[in-house]
Design a protein around this ligand. Sequence first.
Ligand SMILES: [Fe+2]
Ligand SMILES: [Fe+2]
Length: 135
Amino acid sequence: MQWGWSDRLSLPYAVMDETHKEFVELCAALSEENPSTFLQRLDALITHSVAHFDQENTWMAETDFPPKGCHEQEHNAVLEIMREVRQRFEAGDEELGARLAEELPHWFEHHVDTMDNMLARHMAALQKEASVLSA
Ligand SMILES: [Fe+2]
Ligand SMILES: [Fe+2]
């Protein structure tokens, strides 16, 4: 069975869900068995992830969110892994690509449950506060 989006991944901040659906789609595409297009699919995921993580890092910076350092570090670490795998795949280690495709969904689910979950609640609370103040 192929991994994909499910409500299990949904967080209380809708904008984030939209970005996460895109991540899930690109991440699931990594497991297609077609080595000739693997790098292309990985590049699409890396490009998405840079923007996705930047957005979250910016939200945290703009709202002085305390777990920022820890959360940013998880983003940087996984990006580094994606880039490392890219390099090694290009150098001939195709097996590593398959391992990345297998491991990333687990990483993402854990990241959503912990880091992104906290951030989504924080952003939703701020949004609610702002709407109360402007009412
Ligand atoms: Fe995220
Ligand atoms: Fe995140």
